[in-house]
Design a protein around this ligand. Structure first.
Ligand code: NAP
Length: 302
């Protein structure tokens, strides 16, 4: 790929998407940053302009077919009909909740954005990407390879992204379109705060929850994850490699510590990782006021 290629990023109003937009523009790519919030897109454009970086913006809610159709036309217009050379499917969020208590509506919403939104965006821009023999970069997560308690809905959506991306990679290779998956571990962004918002929005449910003592510790768990967050540059560099390298990789796990975590998760017996995760989150019969004998899973350490 040469330096004048045009890349569209979804969910570029905050976090990884916003950082990647500025990073890629700084590396000489023409970036079209998309998102739902016009005022944040305007702020990004202003910051880019001040830095002399080539960033255009387009309003796009990946769950809204009308904004998607309009975005495709706008990209055609901005590129004089040439279209995209790269698509970064970054838009996504995590809704933490015990699966037994999560509403169908919340579960469907999680998949609407992270899975169906990603697929709709991919299909919409595919004609342009086939024309350019371009690249698709899908943001998954290490949570698309291992499952955390209370993040089952999010993890399932990212497992789906993993499998869909593998199928797309195989199916689009004959058309010259390369598909890569980026799998970040904990990264500094709005992700954790928004996940906390979801827990707080569900406060009424939380008060009645069988998991109330665990949910009450959500702040503590968030702080534990925050201490492990890497800066978004590690993700932006992986996205850049997937877009410009002569041989893009199928998967990028970032940062390096997350790669080690995935290896450990593969090697350790499931009973051990279950015990570790349950202890980390506080999913023990004692914490939940349950007699140990009624717990279906082995107690930690057995
Ligand atoms: N941060 C992490 O630790 C981490 C780890 C692994 C994977 N990831 C993945 O990285 C991606 C980016 O997350 P982030 O960490 O940068 O979180 P973030 O700061 O919360 O950014 C998420 C972005 O997605 C956008 N978005 C959400 N729903 C959308 C929709 N329907 N249409 C268009 N945009 C939408 C948000 O837009 P609004 O501002 O309009 O809500 C925001 O711009 C996500 O796919 C996430 O799952 C993050």
């Amino acid at each position: 790929m040469t330096t004048t290629k045009t890349i569209l990023i979804t969910g570029a109003t905050t976090g990884i998407g916003r950082h990647a937009a500025l990073h890629l523009a700084g590396r000489g790519l023409r970036v079209i940053a998309s998102g739902r919030r016009r005022e944040l897109l305007a702020a990004l454009r202003a910051e880019a302009e001040a830095a002399g970086l080539p960033i255009d913006t387009v309003v796009l809610d990946v769950t809204d077919a009308a904004t998607l159709r309009a975005a495709v036309l706008e990209v055609e217009r901005l590129t004089d009909g040439r279209g995209l050379d790269g698509l970064v499917n970054n838009a996504g969020y995590g809704h933490p909740a015990p699966l037994s208590e999560m509403s169908d509506a919340d579960l469907r919403r999680q998949f609407e954005t992270n899975v169906f939104g990603l697929m709709a965006t991919t299909r919409a821009f595919l004609p342009q990407l086939q024309r350019s023999r371009g690249r698709i970069v899908n943001l998954s997560s290490v949570g698309g390879r291992v499952t955390l308690p209370l993040f089952g809905a999010y993890n399932a959506s990212k497992y789906a992204v993993e499998s869909l991306s593998d199928a797309l990679r195989l199916e689009l290779a004959p058309f010259g379109v390369a598909v890569s998956i980026v799998e970040p571990g904990p990264i500094r962004s709005e992700f954790g705060a928004r996940a906390m918002d979801a827990v707080q929005r569900d406060a009424a449910v939380t008060a009645r929850s069988a998991y109330a003592p665990v949910l009450a510790r959500a702040d503590e768990i968030k702080a534990f994850m925050q201490r492990r967050e890497a800066p978004p540059i590690v993700v932006s560099r992986a996205i850049e490699h997937a877009l410009v390298a002569r041989r893009p990789r199928a998967r990028y796990v970032v940062p390096f510590s997350s790669r080690l975590m995935l290896v450990a998760a593969r090697l350790l017996p499931v009973a051990w990782t279950d015990a570790l995760l349950r202890r980390l989150v506080g999913l023990t019969p004692e914490a939940l006021g349950q007699p140990a004998a009624r717990c279906a899973l082995p107690a930690p350490g057995r």
